[in-house]
Design a protein around this ligand. Structure first.
Ligand code: SF4
Length: 341
């Protein structure tokens, strides 16, 4: 696209954005901390899910210093329900690094940002443009799709060469002075108009600049991740107002889960079954009733059932516990009623 057309494209896009763009809580701030929190939360998670977490997080951890001081337990508890907990741990580690290495001030240089835990090229560019208004391009799901369509870009974007070329195109579109608003507008166009399966070309504010021949086929990807199936077996063990839980050292490191069953549960019926997604997996969670004699003191604890709300537990396991504990309470009251009658 010629420089003149790029300027006209941006004008049309910004005119639309001022009228129809989304009013999101992190758009009203230039605070690098708040913007970084929103960027971590938005990875793999929908905007509507993030908004209440974002607001609650900022009330709980005001800035890098207060997040750096918090325990991992508190951080995971505040993140609970958002999933992909590596993001919470990286955000926590970044807060500590900002306090230790940068005296609590987030660096302005994209290169320095990328030295921090969990901050890659996209996140660094997002903070550089949204917090510091630097002319940094961003290529993520929404903006990548819009640019690929506008340019009828047919190279696979999940291959290094295609990614690199798309970033270069993105850089050619970013204005020098108003990258903050331009990047927000491009994201919103992808989220509201240039939709993955049903692009709304009829109402698109930049239609006259768009070269997409068959927009639904763009962007091109070489590989489509296959969903893998997993079955995980866990135990439900309660006694005298307490439940046996294990602190995960793997996927949910630091969080408390129903103890994994290391022995076969063949010929037994689970008392609870559910399915939850995890990255490209579809996990079947099967829970079995157990009476535990010997516990692993290193990772397992008897925790009071009335304290469960204050400890970090991944959503899939919390749902299982809530269901099974309420069933257990109902069964106890039924037994009491029948013994009284
Ligand atoms: S015209 Fe259609 S494909 Fe092109 S940017 Fe607009 S919505 Fe996307």
């Amino acid at each position: 696209m010629s420089p003149k057309n790029v300027r006209a494209f941006r004008r049309s896009l910004l005119r639309w954005y001022r009228r129809d763009g989304r009013d999101l809580p992190w758009r009203g701030t230039r605070d690098a901390y708040a913007i970084l929190v929103s960027e971590f939360m938005l990875q793999q998670t929908q905007v509507a899910t993030v908004i209440p977490y974002f607001n609650a997080w900022l009330r709980r951890f005001l800035d890098f210093a207060s997040l750096a001081r918090a325990s991992e337990n508190h951080v995971l508890h505040a993140w609970q329900g958002l999933g992909y907990y590596a993001r919470a741990r990286n955000l926590h580690a970044t807060a500590r690094a900002v306090v230790d290495r940068h005296r609590g001030r987030f660096p302005r240089s994209v290169e320095q940002m990328q030295q921090l835990p969990g901050i890659g090229k996209y996140t660094a560019h997002a903070v550089a443009s949204f917090a510091f208004n630097q002319p940094a391009p961003i290529v993520e799901t929404n903006t990548g799709r819009v640019l690929a369509r506008i340019l009828n870009f047919r190279r696979p974007i999940d291959q290094t060469a295609g990614q690199k070329a798309l970033w270069q195109h993105a850089a050619a579109f970013v204005p020098k002075r108003s990258a903050r608003i331009y990047n927000s507008a491009l994201m919103d166009l992808g989220a509201l108009v240039c939709l993955p399966r049903r692009p709304r070309c009829g109402v698109c504010p930049v239609k006259k600049f768009c070269r997409a021949i068959n927009p639904k086929t763009l962007p091109v990807r070489k590989f489509r991740p296959r969903t893998k199936r997993l079955t995980e077996k866990h135990a439900f063990v309660v006694r005298q107002g307490k439940i046996l839980l294990e602190q995960s050292a793997a996927r949910w490191r630091g969080m408390w889960i129903l103890p994994p069953l290391r022995t076969s549960a063949a010929n037994q019926q689970p008392i609870y079954k559910s399915i939850f997604p995890f990255t490209n997996h579809r996990v079947a969670l099967n829970v079995y009733a157990r009476s535990w004699r010997k516990i692993d003191k290193h990772s397992q604890r008897w925790l009071r059932i009335d304290s469960l709300d204050s400890i970090p537990i991944p959503s899939a396991h919390r749902r299982a516990m809530r269901h099974l504990l309420s069933e257990a309470t109902a069964a106890t009251s039924r037994r009491q009623r029948s013994s009284e009658s």
